[in-house]
Design a protein around this ligand. Structure first.
Ligand code: NDP
Length: 347
């Protein structure tokens, strides 16, 4: 059977900006018969995520992620449907997901590497398993709960950077639901600011490309900042940290503004910002969702309920076609997405 797949064509280098030409679309043939334990899956949708940028390097710099290999099929989060199975745990028609789904229209995978999911959990919106009811939703919910110290009735203000993305848009909504009186988002366009305020219940949003961030933060956070969900790092985060209250908390979720640079993760802070953290007793603990997978089932159940009941509004940017994978990844890395970037591969 002839299928299409995306392979890594070349590497941007540790200091380079990824472009679609770093990926290449190919045709390949699947073996006609399944071996014991194998499953033939048809890909329904795929995810592109910021952490993939380090997989484009020869050395990812992080122990828990392996580099993609040149001319080999790229992989990441995916959802698909079982077309045939020689694995007792999977049957034809099952909807399944994996963190290591090949960027391929159909694939033969080990049944043991797949996780069966129930479409009712997402009211049939299967792409949500890659976003709000999947890893980015978990990152938002568990990040806020584990590192945010949000307390009902404490009159707290939360600021979220990368706020209109997959993690950020959910993190602000969780912050509000958990008791913050204000959630202010920082993001890269007017359209994103509008989506945060009109669709996601943020109190206000700042377009960092156009507006004066320190002045807007002072205006929009009159009682200072108590919780900062940091997706971006760099100058934006330095500016936020400078306005944080004593005994406040930074949730160090990601540092995307530094991912095209040859720096360690997390990138070192300036002496001045470190001094601000010390002086004001601000915690800034690294959060890695994979360290909290023992809490994932309960958290996914909660996210499913919050989405179904309309307490969390899900934003997505969907493009169609496996040939768009490279474009979609590069676009997401520079802000082309509102909410979770999804690539629909088949119906
Ligand atoms: P998003 O959906 O937020 O997409 C990335 C966004 O980053 C873009 O849309 C863009 O929005 C913003 N961005 C890109 N470059 C810059 C820049 N130089 N300065 C400011 N913003 C920038 O991705 P995710 O929600 O999947 O990921 C968000 C963050 O969370 C990432 O840092 C990621 O690594 C991290 N993460 C961490 C996890 C963990 O376990 N700790 C798990 C999953 C994700 P804009 O238009 O606003 O610039």
């Amino acid at each position: 059977m002839l299928v299409q797949r995306v392979v890594l064509n070349s590497r941007p280098g540790n200091n380079g900006v990824p472009v679609p030409a770093h990926f290449r679309l190919e045709e390949t043939t699947l073996a006609p018969d399944l071996e014991d334990g194998e499953v033939l899956v048809r890909t329904l949708c795929l995810s592109v995520d910021p952490y993939m940028r380090c997989r484009m390097n020869e050395d990812t710099g992080v122990g828990y992620v392996t580099p993609w290999q040149l001319s080999e099929c790229v992989d990441g989060g995916g959802v698909g449907v079982v077309e045939s199975s020689r694995c007792s745990a999977c049957s034809e028609g099952d909807v399944v997901t994996s963190f290591n789904w090949p960027w391929q229209t159909k694939a033969v995978m080990k049944g043991s590497a797949l996780q069966k999911v129930d479409p009712q959990v997402v009211d049939g919106h299967l792409s949500y398993f890659l976003g709000a009811v999947g890893i980015t939703g978990l990152t938002a919910l568990l990040g806020v709960r584990e590192k945010g110290n949000v307390t009902k009735g404490a009159n707290q203000t939360m600021v979220v950077s990368g706020a209109a993305g997959a993690c950020g848009s959910v993190a602000g909504q969780i912050g509000r639901l958990d008791g913050c009186v204000r959630a202010v988002g920082i993001c890269g366009s007017e359209e994103k600011c509008r989506a945060l305020v009109d669709d996601c219940g943020f109190s206000a949003a700042i377009n960092y490309r156009k507006e004066d961030i320190p002045a807007k933060l002072q205006e929009l956070c009159p009682d200072g900042i108590d919780v900062y969900f940091d997706n971006v790092g760099g100058g934006i985060s330095d500016t936020v940290i400078a306005q944080m209250n004593n005994n406040s908390h930074v949730i160090l979720c990601g540092q995307i503004s530094q991912y095209n640079k040859d720096v360690p993760y997390p990138p070192p802070l300036s002496e001045e910002i470190q001094e601000t953290l010390r002086r004001n007793n601000i915690t800034r603990e690294r959060f890695t969702v994979l360290n909290y997978m023992n809490k994932a089932d309960a958290a996914l159940c909660e996210l499913s309920q919050l989405v179904k009941s309309g307490h969390i509004n899900v934003l997505e940017t969907v493009v169609e076609g496996i040939e768009k994978m490279g474009d979609a990844f590069c676009s997401m890395m520079k802000g082309g997405n509102i909410g979770k970037q999804i690539i629909k591969i088949s119906e």
